[in-house]
Design a protein around this ligand. Structure first.
Ligand SMILES: [Zn+2]
Length: 222
């Protein structure tokens, strides 16, 4: 195992936990693509809380365990990670959690709409789609996730299960997971006030353009 990559996985897991977009039991898994190889580093522990270096394993994108110990129950979710690396050449990190509010939508089999600007800014202008249910790690489940994960969309809800986020870097994947959880929580609170309202389509594109313009201009002092 390469220490630098193990540390990056531990750091990403710690960011997920610190960000709070995770269920109370800490269940989830994080993987990072190994640059220049058809391999990933993957968390083999059932919880992302208090993850230790021995809780990271090396796995080929064909699903072969190359280094470390992987309990069979964790092995069942390997395929949804490898599928994202195989299908999306730009994806460098995959994060799976049962973050409570996003999982509420997943359990309701309801997509998350573009209710907050941050979703439009992070590739989710059309909201977060639902990948239809299939038994955990089954071919059917993975096929449903692949179908829902259209190019450019960085997150899908896993029906009756949780959420899968995939992005170029761990920082972005963790950030998007937090944004989706925030949108889901706000929408559930908004149910008491008549329900969430989507941002009009043309303004979603404008939100993204403004974000990109700020990005290009950099921070300005007043
Ligand atoms: Zn899960």
């Amino acid at each position: 195992m390469e220490k630098g990559l193990v540390d990056q996985v531990l750091d990403a897991a710690a960011r997920v936990v610190a960000g709070g977009a995770i269920s109370a039991n800490g269940h989830g898994n994080v993987s990072l693509r190994v640059p220049g190889a058809d391999e990933m580093y993957f968390t083999s522990a059932p919880s992302l809380r208090g993850l230790r270096p021995e809780g990271v394993v090396r796995i080929g994108l064909d699903g072969t365990l190359l280094e470390g110990q992987l309990p069979p129950i964790q092995g069942a979710v390997v395929a949804m990670h490898t599928a994202m690396y195989e299908d999306h050449a730009d994806v460098g990190c995959v994060v799976h959690t049962h973050s409570p509010y996003a999982t509420a939508y997943a359990v309701a089999n309801r997509p998350i709409g573009c209710w907050i600007e941050a979703l439009a800014m992070f590739g989710l202008a059309d909201g977060v789609p639902v990948a239809a249910y299939g038994p955990r790690g089954s071919e059917q489940a993975v096929a449903n996730i692949r179908r829902a994960a259209r190019p450019g969309v960085p997150a899908v809800l896993l029906a009756n299960h949780g959420i899968l986020v995939f992005h170029r870097t761990a920082e972005l994947a963790v950030l998007v997971g937090g944004v989706v959880e925030e949108a889901a929580q706000a929408a559930i609170n908004a149910q008491a006030l008549g329900g969430p309202v989507e941002i009009p389509g043309e303004l979603r594109a404008a939100a993204l353009q403004r974000a990109m313009a700020f990005d290009t201009a950099g921070a300005k002092t007043a």
